[in-house]
Design a protein around this ligand. Sequence first.
Ligand SMILES: Nc1ncnc2c1ncn2[C@@H]1O[C@H](COP(=O)(O)OP(=O)(O)OP(=O)(O)O)[C@@H](O)[C@H]1O
Ligand SMILES: [Mg+2]
Length: 236
Amino acid sequence: MAKLVIDNVDLFYHRVQALRGLTLEVNEGEIVALLGNNGAGKTSTLSMLSGLYRPKSGTVTWGDRDLTTMQPWDIVEAKLLHVPEGRRIFSTMTVHENLQLGGYLVDDQKLVDERIERAYELMPRLRERRNQEGGTLSGGEQQMAAIGRALVGGPKLLLLDEPSMGLAPLIVKQVMEIIKEVQAQGTTVLLVEQNARAALRIADRGYVIESGTVTMEGAASDLRTNSKVIDAYLGA
Ligand SMILES: Nc1ncnc2c1ncn2[C@@H]1O[C@H](COP(=O)(O)OP(=O)(O)OP(=O)(O)O)[C@@H](O)[C@H]1O
Ligand SMILES: [Mg+2]
């Protein structure tokens, strides 16, 4: 079982410290929500997991792999895939071309085609828009395309950075349902969100981080009813 364990990590951008003794775990098969306000260190956590930044101290392991010694492309090859903040799909390529790109490390074209088909089944809207250029999609459709592109890579662990950002409530709900289905199909998910309400609805467990350190953690059902979480992150 490939469990992700971040233990006591300090991460700096030159002199700015983004993570302070960050400690959290993601068990295989879970959706874990990583919640926190602007600047809390959520994106930094994902960037570190993807090998873009190295911690100054602490350990990061995924099963028997030490992620702190791996190159970003080796981490991708190991099927730890990252859907970045702001989606970053290719705006002049069609939806279908974007999905095909997700399979660039997959040698078996038949497998790529099957996964694209599965992405279309999961997100019929993408099939309808398959020949439309990425840049002309709505925000929700772009988010679906970004998730679909990652799915074509066959993720074992999927990192999602604020998939609900800028989306209307109904679309947020749809995107969360898609993420839940991704989990049901066998992918582990680390879900970064400022939208705590939406994330805790589908997550198994959650962590709240502030200034790069975990301040609250627990079962999603407990966090949803925790008065501190309600006051700080769920609003009235
Ligand atoms: N490349 C960078 N260089 C210097 N400082 C950075 C860099 N990236 C992030 N930081 C700083 O690190 C801290 C954590 O930023 P991070 O992007 O991880 O927050 P976040 O929780 O993702 O916030 P948001 O919800 O706004 O996306 C912030 O103080 C930020 O200014
Ligand atoms: Mg961020």
